[in-house]
Design a protein around this ligand. Structure first.
Ligand SMILES: NC(=O)c1ccc[n+]([C@@H]2O[C@H](COP(=O)([O-])OP(=O)(O)OC[C@H]3O[C@@H](n4cnc5c(N)ncnc54)[C@H](O)[C@@H]3O)[C@@H](O)[C@H]2O)c1
Ligand SMILES: [Zn+2]
Ligand SMILES: [Zn+2]
Length: 393
């Protein structure tokens, strides 16, 4: 089959690789009809390269048609239309039963000290072959695949694999009080969808980014926006100006470690200024603080007693956190990979013909898988209006 394969930093190619086969009695093989490209893939493309191995198949946002099932899979049949959550979980352990599927005790990658295995996401998460491919092996197939109805195009359901539950969990964890203000940092697919969900719930939403098309998408749906390129003061001051001097009740960080420097740089540097020199100096030298730019601005933007909901992925094992500021502001910090199965039943009713979240027109690009190299490139550089790219294998 054809698959998008990682060959090195900023080097993704479409290769011919062996078709996946049923290995365990509860596996299924799914023929992929749509597969999303995610901001998380961009981390692998560059920053998390050291955790990748040449030949790894990328991708974790798939849907398709069941092609084959192992002998132990009774509730899934060949021909079923399914969406796969980006994480692999068993459905049966303490964590899964508690709605924490990303911590599944059956699939936890214990030798790396990490949570549940993910498709196409480094050796830290089990080095499981990914889903930007023509076929996918689906483990624990009695639990993982979400069966969806025939009829609407794939776009209606595809985002159940990641974007929708991630944005939903971000909004849930933000716990913005009714009548309150939510700031969403980063308007890629995750931040954009978080804005849509929060607006649907009647919240006041301020979206922040530095990409014209992305700001326009959320503005068209009723969010206020702040363009980082326009700022000549700190973002926190601008937000406080708009919120009775207090700051936002809640902030979603939908940026993660791909944060861009300058406009938030001064905040980051102030935060680092609070650290002892022995910690601060090597950080300043390695540019490590710039990676935390969005998180530091979230800490600045949130009001005292407010909540930061972190869905952006950070990769540092020992990143410096301004605990004095967090503690003094009495900030609640909630985070994690989205527990997909936990939210699916809440989201499905919104995926009807009314399409209140605009999923049918959410993708900016639908490309053949053979265009993967170009797709990664334009998505990373935010060219050609690329916000959500979906592959048709
Ligand atoms: N928690 C989860 O389960 C989960 C799932 C999917 C994605 N993610 C993570 O969510 C994050 C967003 O994903 P995405 O697909 O939307 O990615 P993306 O890279 O397309 O979007 C990030 C956006 O942040 C903007 N940005 C950069 N620096 C900024 C700053 N300092 N302040 C405000 N905005 C800034 C960029 O211009 C970009 O539009 C990534 O870190 C991704 O890994 C987490
Ligand atoms: Zn994703
Ligand atoms: Zn489990």
């Amino acid at each position: 089959m054809k698959a998008a394969v990682w060959h090195g930093k900023r080097d993704v190619r479409v290769d011919d690789v062996p078709d996946p086969v049923v290995q365990q009695p509860d596996d299924a093989i799914v023929r992929i009809t749509s597969s999303g490209l995610c901001g998380s893939d961009l981390h692998l493309y560059e920053v998390l390269g050291p955790f990748m191995t040449e030949g790894d198949i990328l991708g974790h946002e798939p849907m398709g048609i069941v092609e084959e099932v192992g002998p132990q899979v009774s509730n899934l049949a060949v021909g079923d239309r399914v969406v796969m959550p980006f994480q692999i979980s068993c459905g049966d352990c303490f964590m899964c039963k508690g709605g924490l599927q990303t911590q599944c005790e059956t699939t936890q990658v214990r030798d790396q000290g990490m949570g549940a295995a993910l498709y196409g996401y480094t050796k830290l998460y089990g080095a499981v072959p990914g889903a930007q491919a023509e076929y996918l092996r689906v483990p624990h197939a009695g639990y993982n695949p979400i069966k969806v109805p025939e009829g609407p195009a794939d776009d209606r359901f595809l985002y159940l694999s990641d974007v929708l539950p991630t944005a939903w969990q971000a909004v849930e964890y933000a716990a913005t009080p009714s009548g309150g203000t939510l700031v969403v940092l980063g308007l890629g697919p995750i931040g954009d969808m978080a804005c849509r969900i929060a607006l649907h719930r009647g919240l006041r939403v301020i979206g922040v980014d530095r990409v014209t098309e992305r700001l326009a998408r959320v503005s068209a749906r009723g969010a206020e926006t702040i363009d980082l390129r326009d700022l000549d003061e700190d973002l926190g001051d601008v937000v406080r100006d708009r919120t009775d001097g207090r700051g936002a009740d809640a902030v979603i960080d939908a940026v993660g470690m791909e944060a861009h420097g300058s406009p938030v740089g001064s905040v980051a540097h102030t935060m680092v200024g609070l650290l002892p020199d022995a910690v601060a100096e090597p950080l300043m030298k390695s540019g490590g603080v710039d990676r935390l730019g969005a998180l530091y601005s979230a800490i600045d933007v949130v009001r005292r007693g407010g909540t930061i909901s972190l869905s952006g992925v950070y990769g540092g094992a020992a990143d410096p956190m301004p605990l004095l500021k967090l503690f003094d502001k009495q900030v609640q910090l909630r985070m994690g990979q989205a527990n997909v199965r936990r939210w699916v039943d809440d989201i499905l009713p919104l995926l009807d013909d009314e399409d209140v979240l605009g999923v049918d027109s959410f993708a900016t690009h639908r490309l053949p898988l053979t265009d993967a190299a170009r797709a990664y490139d334009i998505f990373q550089h935010k060219e050609d209006g690329a916000c959500k790219i979906v592959f048709t294998p």
